[in-house]
Design a protein around this ligand. Structure first.
Ligand code: NDP
Length: 263
């Protein structure tokens, strides 16, 4: 299930990849995957200990990675950290925009502070990092950006208004970036995961919610971070050379389902 049996290629040999929110969960798994395929990594996370732990994991497996303590909502911090990455590694070839937050709140109870925090991290944070990195990619006239959205961008789920709005915004942002940046050699795609087994999902899913999700997912289970990492790696790789502005849904078939008739 974690692609353990797959023989990995070296699609990112010689490339530098920056991963936000790489200190745990999906970001850490993407780091392990890209490093295993030859990428040198810059890990951005507010949780510096987590980012360092990811670097230790990557180095133990023979890869190269550096941790940067960065809050993606701070323009100054992101600009300075992106500059440091270019100094440390020479350039940035791949950006995985992944650092995100979210919690369930009934629509009528969302405060302005909840709304600003979620939109500020998930949408404005992605914009800030993507803009700073894309400006650096323009110099080498090539780059690949993968924005991690969510199935909440595509279907209505209760108590997720701010999160869903941020993820819908990411999909729209991806399309505009793909359109504008392609002539500069920078290709931009989004990925929309369904429920994946991480700390974020564990926090949001009660046992009852989890069971009801599993029943609705045609594949009958939540996804594993490694399965998502494989899909993200594909979109970031040369294998996706003619894919730009698309949204890849990775959800075990969840949003393609409708009403299941009783047997
Ligand atoms: P996790 O909470 O496990 O990891 C997110 C990481 O991002 C944490 O290390 C967190 O740090 C960091 N982070 C949060 N805010 C900031 C910030 N402002 N600046 C820098 N780093 C920050 O999340 P997941 O791995 O589960 O999710 C990763 C992405 O995938 C998110 O965008 C999420 O919305 C998306 N996604 C996840 C799904 C799932 O089922 N897990 C489903 C669909 C989409 P700290 O530890 O300090 O909080």
């Amino acid at each position: 299930m974690n692609n353990a049996s797959v023989t990995l290629g070296r699609r990112f040999e010689g490339q530098v990849a920056l991963i936000t929110g790489g200190g745990r969960g999906i970001g850490q798994e993407v780091a392990a995957r890209l490093a295993a395929e030859g990428a040198r990594l810059a890990i951005f996370d507010m949780n510096v200990a987590g980012a360092e732990e990811t670097c230790v994991r990557v180095k133990k497996a023979g890869g190269e990675a550096m941790a940067y303590g960065v809050d993606v909502t701070s323009r100054d911090a992101v600009a300075a950290a992106v500059k440091s990455v270019v100094t440390d590694f020479g350039r940035i070839d791949v950006l995985i925009n992944n650092a995100g937050i979210g919690w369930r709140i009934p629509f009528l109870e969302i405060t302005d502070a909840d709304w600003s925090k979620i939109i500020g991290t998930n949408l404005t944070g992605y914009f800030i990092v993507a803009q700073e990195v894309a400006r650096s990619m323009v110099t080498s006239k090539k780059g690949r950006i993968v924005n991690v959205a969510s199935i909440n961008a595509h279907i209505g789920t209760d108590h997720q208004a701010a999160y869903a709005a941020s993820k819908g915004g990411i999909v729209a942002l991806t399309r505009v970036m793909a359109f504008e940046l392609a002539p500069l050699g920078i290709y931009v795609n989004a990925i929309s995961p369904g429920p994946i087994e991480t700390e974020l999902s564990a926090m949001n899913l009660s046992p009852a919610t989890r069971r009801s999700r599993e029943e609705r997912i045609p594949q009958g289970r939540l996804g594993q971070p490694g399965e998502l990492a494989a899909a993200i790696a594909f979109l970031a790789s040369p294998d996706a050379s003619y894919i730009n502005g698309t949204v890849l849904v990775v959800d075990g078939g969840l949003i393609s389902g409708g009403i299941r008739e009783p047997k």
